[in-house]
Design a protein around this ligand. Structure first.
Ligand code: GDP
Length: 197
């Protein structure tokens, strides 16, 4: 993978404000606190890119980053924390679903799951959406430094089996730690393939 530089582009609430739907896009998804912002920062290798702000206004936005005119990374709103009022929550879920359903340039979903709490209900829904729509999916089991090597590998094997049960050919899973900076090469191999880098 050639070195790339990643710039923050914009945050949107409405799909109409998204950058033109062309080229290659990879979406990062995951439950709030799964380590998504940290992972994006680690993969982009420039500090605080995804902005770790947790205010309700920000959490429902879709954040776009550009690599070049043809390639983008997308930070989807983190799900799972029902701390926001119902109305905001519904808008955010609808925006997420709309994005996944209609975005033509979407080449793959990079799903972050805390290795200690994998496969939450919303994770399963996200995985089913990908399987149903034929979108490639790569799962990163984050914070793998929190488990022993053996326990982490065991969780990885279980996750692999569980993902295989969806019967989708382009589903994969890896261990990842932003703290230890492990798994970044494996992650970029997948991102590079999806983004045709
Ligand atoms: P987000 O809500 O999914 O964007 O999650 P954040 O990236 O903000 O991370 C949530 C919490 O997990 C923060 O306290 C991070 O410091 C911590 N965290 C994130 N990645 C790692 C990791 O690889 N290892 C460890 N030990 N903690 C992490």
């Amino acid at each position: 993978i050639p070195p790339v530089s990643i710039r923050y582009l914009r945050s949107i609430l409405e799909p109409k404000d998204a950058p033109p739907d062309q080229g290659y896009e990879v979406a990062f998804a995951g439950r709030s606190n799964a380590g998504k912002s940290s992972a994006i920062n680690t993969l982009a290798n420039i500090g605080r890119l995804a902005r770790v702000s947790k205010t309700p206004g920000r959490t429902q936005m879709i954040n776009f980053f550009t690599i070049d005119d043809e390639r983008r990374l997308v930070d989807l709103p983190g799900y799972g924390y029902a701390k926001v009022p119902g109305e905001i929550h519904r808008r955010w879920e609808a925006a997420l679903e709309r994005y996944l359903r209609y975005r033509e340039s979407l080449r793959g979903v990079f799903l972050l799951m805390d290795i200690r709490h994998p496969f939450t209900e919303m994770d399963e829904i996200m995985i089913e959406w990908c399987a149903h729509r034929g979108i490639a999916l790569h799962v990163a089991l984050t914070k793998s430094d929190k488990l022993s090597r053996g326990a982490a590998k065991n969780t990885w094997l279980l996750a692999k089996t569980r993902l295989a049960s969806y019967g989708a050919p382009d589903f994969s899973v890896q261990l990842f730690s932003s703290l230890k900076k492990t798994g970044t090469e494996e992650a970029w191999e997948v991102l590079g393939k999806w983004l045709a880098l």
